[in-house]
Design a protein around this ligand. Sequence first.
Ligand SMILES: [Zn+2]
Length: 70
Amino acid sequence: MSRPQEVNDFITKHSPNAICNKCIAQGLGWTNDAAHPAQITGALATTNDFNQEAGACVICKGNKKVIRRV
Ligand SMILES: [Zn+2]
């Protein structure tokens, strides 16, 4: 599975909750050396299927930039 597809599936799995980039990376088991998910979530956010905004992450409860499936 491609990385964008993995991210897409991970966010969809947590829908309708929003998740931050860090928790996406951790949830997918990506190391710090791996491609950062920010680029992927940024691309997903340009589609009609996803919304990226400031809010609370459902996993780490942090208030930061999060993405959710619309
Ligand atoms: Zn988080």
